[in-house]
Write a protein that binds this ligand. Sequence first.
Ligand SMILES: Nc1ncnc2c1ncn2[C@@H]1O[C@H](COP(=O)(O)OP(=O)(O)O)[C@@H](O)[C@H]1O
Ligand SMILES: O=c1ccn([C@@H]2O[C@H](COP(=O)(O)OP(=O)(O)O)[C@@H](O)[C@H]2O)c(=O)[nH]1
Length: 240
Amino acid sequence: MPPKPAFRRVLLKASGEALMGEQGFGIDVSVVDRIAADIKQARDMGVEVGVVIGGGNIFRGVAVASKGGDRVTGDHMGMLATVINSLALRTSLVKIGVEAVVLSAIAMPELCESFSQRQATAYMNQGKVVIFAGGTGNPFFTTDSAAALRAAEIGADALFKGTQVDGVYTADPKKDPAAKRYDRITHQEVLRNGLSIMDTAAIALARENNIPIIVYSIHEEGGFGAILRGEGRCTVVSEA
Ligand SMILES: Nc1ncnc2c1ncn2[C@@H]1O[C@H](COP(=O)(O)OP(=O)(O)O)[C@@H](O)[C@H]1O
Ligand SMILES: O=c1ccn([C@@H]2O[C@H](COP(=O)(O)OP(=O)(O)O)[C@@H](O)[C@H]2O)c(=O)[nH]1
């Protein structure tokens, strides 16, 4: 018998930027297929999975604001980008036989269902992968905050941040090659030391709700499943 995973229900925050692969923009379907395969592995282990995807491969609101444009409209465009990515992930999951639904924070009934906590929980109890699209539905937020929010709403045991780097470092490892990776760190230390692996609102929300954050590289094939088995490379952010 394979070892029983330590988690019953998790929320995966998948980097939007990662979805573009080597292309520099948009969606590389082979990357989405690989992330879907990683999620299938988790489902095959009996772990219930909710997913929030970013939109940075397509659009970020700050890009508009930095050029003097309207931030709120820019953020609306960013949230729409997350819907595009969510639909792509659903397609990849369904293709490999994983039941998946998209619930959007912004109503667009022709494309997908609208989010409600009740419906999300019902689908998760049925074993479906629930993809939360549209971020929080509000401008001035990020999909990291959406991930912390949805993790709290669905009662997730952990928030997995699948990102460009394999953990939390003493400084941004892309800028400081001497930065050292933590195996474990507390939410409070991440906030106090200004370690910008996630926005502070997301970390604070996870901390208040006692949700551990597990930071790992989304580029590592099978990395999600490996961590669920207690084997993979990551940083665990938790109070205990
Ligand atoms: N202390 C740190 N430890 C790890 N990564 C950090 C740190 N500070 C900044 N970063 C940067 O944060 C990035 C991940 O955050 P973000 O840009 O929000 O990615 P995502 O596309 O997953 O949303 C990493 O690629 C890394 O370069
Ligand atoms: O609750 C939210 C979530 C996202 N966004 C917008 O959507 C963009 C894409 O999300 P994010 O930058 O978090 O994606 P990622 O970094 O994961 O690719 C953001 O820049 C914001 O403009 C927003 O306005 N509210």
